[in-house]
Design a binder for this molecule. Structure first.
Ligand SMILES: *Cc1c(COP(=O)(O)O)cnc(C)c1O
Length: 397
């Protein structure tokens, strides 16, 4: 199946062919949805073999229906990982590996611009279980060495980081983690397996909110934990013990989304680049935080390590506009909606506070910030929507 797809083919082509086996599904191009909990066994021998973990088929719906395993196989192969585990949400994907690798008395280093709910899990749950949780400056790179102690078992990175899109020097952090025997987990949701090949850069566990670009249509919650060989057994243990496999219905939608990820990402990136470039020329704008944009923060590292960019970035406005002007701008948008997520075909905008959650680093934005998710609309239409929004922002609209 996935192993039959020639690794020399381009990622775009492989995305269409991985995790597919029409011969096992009456010739159906897409692996159908298998809805099943109980499986029945033809003989007592088979039943007993299943209990002993020696059965060739599927023993129970929780442990690998074809719709789930095909999604996992496609994702693992695409990023160059050993095995992937599908879970019910991106948040499960970020939190489960932390549980898998940490125990009381251990220390974990987490990036300061980590996705807010991942931070909350660490502070609410890991701390309660006796884990020492420390945060690091996203721009620390190899200097993370100074924070490593013998108890440091896990480093949790996210690049580009949430809201401020700081690009981390993942290979430098990976080298330090490896030297100290710590597991490096990376939240790779922004770039997807196509944009950043985690395992080529020393990451042990790459986690994804497949809810975002992989699903791509804002109609499914889905998470992926992709492991290298060394990290797979521990994740498998916790994934099985907790019973948090994903449903076939969700994996069907996520795998269906994955098929068009290359062409959608190319469009998201091209439109985001056009809009980010236009924004840098606007008098209202102080800075655009989009690492793919030449001259933007993190651009050199992005260029060195990434193959693609997605369409999510933050816009820093010049000081001045209060909440009423921001409300006038956002309430009147015609194509951009306001919503908490991103990665779908629709365009979104929300105000963000880049400093609200940080504890060990600062982002001193001179004015209000807006996070834009550039959807698949014609970029010129989106520019016109933003231009009218700036008129309202300035009290002229
Ligand atoms: C949205 C998001 C998640 C969580 O995904 P859900 O499927 O919404 O739980 C994890 N990491 C990042 C960076 C995200 O933006």
């Amino acid at each position: 199946m996935s192993d039959d797809v020639d690794p020399r083919l381009s990622a775009d082509t492989r995305t269409l062919h991985l995790g597919r086996a029409p011969d096992r599904h009456l010739g159906a191009v897409n692996t159908p949805v298998y809805r099943a909990s109980t499986m029945v066994f033809p003989t007592l021998d088979d039943l007993e073999a299943s209990a002993a973990g020696r059965y060739d088929g599927i023993g129970y719906g929780l442990h690998g229906l074809p719709t789930v395993t095909d999604f996992q196989a496609a994702a693992a192969s695409l990023e160059g990982g050993h095995r992937a585990y599908a879970v019910p949400s991106g948040l499960t994907a970020t939190t489960l590996p932390l549980l898998a690798f940490l125990k009381a008395g251990d220390r974990v280093l987490i990036t300061d611009s980590v996705y807010g709910p991942t931070r909350r899990f660490a502070m609410n749950t890991l701390v309660r279980y006796g884990v020492d949780v420390a945060f690091y400056d996203p721009l620390i790179g190899g200097r993370i060495e100074s924070l490593m102690t013998p108890a440091t078992r896990v480093v949790f990175a996210e690049s580009p980081g949430s809201l401020s899109f700081d690009v981390q020097d993942v290979p430098a952090i990976a080298a330090v983690a490896r030297r100290h025997g710590a597991t490096l987990i990376l939240d790779n949701s922004w770039a997807t397996p196509l944009g950043f090949r985690s395992f080529d850069h020393g990451v042990d566990v790459s986690v994804h909110a497949a809810t975002k670009y992989i699903g791509g249509h804002s109609d499914v919650l889905s998470g992926l934990i992709i492991c290298n060989e060394a990290s797979s057994a521990a994740v498998h243990r916790t994934w099985t013990d907790m019973g948090v496999t994903a449903s076939s219905d969700d994996c069907f939608l996520a795998l269906r989304g994955l098929r068009t990820l290359p062409i959608r990402l190319a469009r998201h990136q091209a439109s985001a680049m056009k809009i980010a470039t236009w924004l840098t020329g606007r008098p209202e704008v102080a800075e655009v935080l989009y690492p793919a944009l030449p001259g933007a923060r993190g651009h050199a590292l992005w260029k060195r390590d990434f193959r693609l960019a997605s369409g999510l970035f933050t816009l820093v406005l010049k000081p001045g506009p209060g909440r009423d002007r921001i409300a006038a701008m956002l309430d009147g948008m015609r194509l951009f909606s306001m919503g908490w997520s991103w990665g779908g075909y629709e365009s979104l905008v929300i105000p963000v506070d880049l400093d609200k959650l940080r504890t060990v680093s600062r982002f001193d934005a001179p004015g209000p910030c807006l996070r834009l998710a550039i959807g698949l609309d014609d970029p010129d239409d989106l520019i016109a929507d933003l231009a009218a929004g700036f008129e309202r922002l300035g009290g002229r609209g």
